[in-house]
Design a binder for this molecule. Sequence first.
Ligand code: NAP
Length: 254
Amino acid sequence: MVLDLSGVRALVTGGTRGIGRAITLALASSGARVAVNYRSHSESAESFGRELGERHFEHMMLKADVNQERSVGTMMRRIEESWSGLDLLVLNAGIWQRGELGKMSLSDWRETIGTNLTGAFVVANEALRLLTMGESSAPKRIIFISSTSGIRGEAFYSHYAATKGGMIAMTKSLAVELAPHGITVNCVAPGWVRTDMTADALADATTRKAIQSSVPLGRPGEPDEVAAAVVFLASRQASYITGAVLNVNGGSVL
Ligand SMILES: NC(=O)c1ccc[n+]([C@@H]2O[C@H](COP(=O)([O-])OP(=O)(O)OC[C@H]3O[C@@H](n4cnc5c(N)ncnc54)[C@H](OP(=O)(O)O)[C@@H]3O)[C@@H](O)[C@H]2O)c1
């Protein structure tokens, strides 16, 4: 089975680092054109853009804060001007910051909700017009990057868990709502994955041991392993899957 994404016009939010970077590379390697969104790390975005260019992957680098409607609107106009539409939206941008009830400020709560959940809404809301415009033989897909936290909760990260649970609820709602447009909506829920987000936790020997023993496969995942699930859900072969939550967690939450 060859997962061929030729002709697919994709947008990956938070697409320059960690899991998003792996998704961008996997989509581009499968033939998709990729609009790569980032917010703040301009240097890593520039060097990643150069790498994509050297590998002759058709791409554009788009700086925008997903939680800012105006900046997302500008990003969508750039995509529309260049590609006249969109086929695949991967809602990956996210932050994970500790927040203990009783000590968490309202602004901490709002920052996480705003980036992870409101940000996904703002981008999906703006992208729908592009996903439904014109004629395209490419499959139409929205893929949320949630987390095991959204399934089982996460102590000291209740705001983060709420955003990831919210993404699962959005997936199931939009799968039904957008089915008449021929758009499938699915969700990938990773467990521990080795990225900048988890670097501090995985660098601490005690925490790393605890993480390893909580995962039946005995190790954290790699970004490529999440990206492979996204490529499958984006492909024509996943045409009858919608509203699904695909766990990529080594068996840690079943
Ligand atoms: N790593 C894990 O163990 C794990 C597990 C489950 C789920 N996840 C989820 O997977 C996704 C990616 O995580 P990761 O580990 O790859 O994290 P990461 O290495 O910290 O990368 C996060 C990405 O999100 C972008 N981003 C953050 N806020 C943004 C905003 N307001 N607007 C646009 N982009 C923004 C960042 O852009 P800049 O570089 O410009 O800041 C960066 O590209 C997140 O949604 C996370 O919750 C991760």
